[in-house]
Design a protein around this ligand. Structure first.
Ligand code: AMP
Ligand code: FE
Ligand code: FE
Ligand code: ZN
Length: 310
C-alpha cells in the first residue's frame, strides 16, 4: 500500500521532462523525485529526444518504480504547435530518429535566431543561453527564459514567457516540425503509442476538428491527454465528447518540468487500465518494471524488458 502521506501517492504520471530537454532535473533525478512522491509509474517524455532513457532506466531499476520510456514529439499544424506524447516506441527506428534529429537542429537554429533578435534590444547573447542548457539537450524557449532570468531581464520562466518570449513581443519564431498526421504515423511505425498532449489549452473552439482527429485516429492515435492543468474546462468538455465519439483513451498527467513550471508530479493521473492498454499496444519497447516492494518475486518480468538496453 502506498503511504498516503504523499499527496499524489499511487498516481500514474505519463508526462514529465528532464534536463535533456527543458526540465530542470536530470532524468535520474526525475525518476527519484517520482519515487519520493510515491507515484505508481511515470513516463519520461522529453521534447524530441530519447537521450534520457538510459539513465532514467537505470534509476528506475535502482529505486524500484515503473518507468515508461517516452517522448513529446513536436508537430505543427499551420501556426499551431501540436505536441504528441509517444510511448514505448523503438528509439532506433531510423525514420523517427532522423525526424527528431531534424527537429532538434531546427529548434537550435530557431533559438539562435530568436536570441539574435532579442539581443538587438536587450543584453542577451547566445552564450547566456548555452550556459542554461545541458550538453546535447533539445533547446527550447525555456532555456532562453532561464537566460533572461539569469540576466535579470525577467523574474521567472513564466514571466519571461508572458513578456519577451510572448509572440506579441515580436521576437518569436516558429521552428520546423512535421504535421501531426505525419508525427502520429512515424510513432506508430516505430511501434509506439501516440497520445495528443494538452489538446484543450485553447478552449473548446481551439480543439482539433473532428475531420482532422478522424485522420489521426485512422493513423493510430491512441488517446487524448485530457487531465492536464492547461486544458480549459470547456476544452476538456469537448475532448470528452471526441474521446467518446472516436473510442479514444483518456490520460491525465502533470507535464512536470522540475523547478521550471509549477506543475507537480502526479497532480493528474492516468488509470492503470489505460496504462495496461498502452503497454499491450506498444511493440517498439518495454516498460521498466519497478521492483516488488515486498516478497521475493523477481524485479523484472520475463518479457524481454531486461534484455533490451538503451
Ligand atoms: P518551445 O517548444 O521552444 O516553443 O517552448 C515551449 C515550451 O515552453 C513548452 O514545452 C513548455 O514547457 C514551456 N512553456 C510554455 N509556456 C510556459 C510558461 N508560461 N512557463 C514556463 N514554461 C513554459
Ligand atoms: Fe516543455
Ligand atoms: Fe507540451
Ligand atoms: Zn510537456
Amino acid at each position: 500500500m502506498p503511504d498516503q502521506t504523499a499527496p499524489n501517492a499511487g498516481a500514474i504520471d505519463l508526462h514529465t521532462h528532464s534536463s535533456v530537454s527543458d526540465g530542470t532535473e536530470t532524468p535520474d533525478e526525475v525518476v527519484r523525485s517520482a519515487a519520493r512522491a510515491e507515484l505508481a509509474a511515470l513516463a519520461l517524455t522529453d521534447h524530441d529526444t530519447t537521450a534520457g532513457w538510459a539513465s532514467a532506466t537505470q534509476a528506475a531499476h535502482d529505486v524500484g518504480i515503473t518507468l515508461i520510456p517516452g517522448m513529446e514529439l513536436s508537430t505543427r499544424l499551420e501556426h499551431a504547435s501540436v505536441h504528441v506524447l509517444s510511448y514505448l516506441f523503438d528509439p532506433a527506428d531510423a525514420a523517427l530518429a532522423a525526424e527528431i534529429e531534424t527537429i532538434r537542429d531546427a529548434r537550435l537554429k530557431r533559438a539562435e535566431s530568436i536570441v539574435a533578435r532579442i539581443g538587438r534590444d536587450y543584453d542577451l547573447t547566445w552564450g547566456d543561453v548555452v550556459a542554461q542548457t545541458s550538453e546535447g539537450a533539445t533547446v527550447g524557449r525555456p532555456h532562453i527564459a532561464d537566460a533572461l532570468v539569469a540576466k535579470g531581464l525577467a523574474e521567472t520562466r513564466s514571466q519571461a514567457f508572458q513578456g519577451i518570449l510572448h509572440w506579441r513581443a515580436g521576437y518569436f519564431q516558429p521552428h520546423y516540425a512535421p504535421t501531426p498526421l505525419d508525427g502520429v504515423k512515424l510513432v506508430v511505425a516505430a511501434g509506439g503509442v501516440p497520445v495528443l498532449a494538452h489538446p484543450g489549452t485553447n478552449g473548446r473552439s481551439g480543439v482539433v476538428s473532428e475531420a482532422r482527429l478522424r485522420l489521426l485516429v485512422d493513423a493510430g492515435l491512441f488517446g487524448l491527454e485530457i487531465g492536464h492543468r492547461q486544458n480549459t474546462p470547456d476544452g476538456k468538455e469537448r475532448l470528452y465528447e471526441l474521446a467518446a465519439k472516436f473510442g479514444l483513451a483518456i490520460t491525465g498527467s502533470s507535464d512536470y518540468h522540475g523547478a521550471g513550471k509549477p506543475n507537480r508530479l502526479g497532480e493528474n493521473s492516468t488509470s492503470p487500465e489505460v496504462l495496461e492498454q498502452i503497454i499491450a499496444r506498444a511493440t517498439g519497447w518495454s516498460p521498466v518494471y519497478g521492483a516488488e516492494v515486498s516478497g521475493s518475486s523477481p524485479a523484472y518480468p520475463a518479457d524481454g524488458a531486461e534484455a533490451r538496453t538503451v
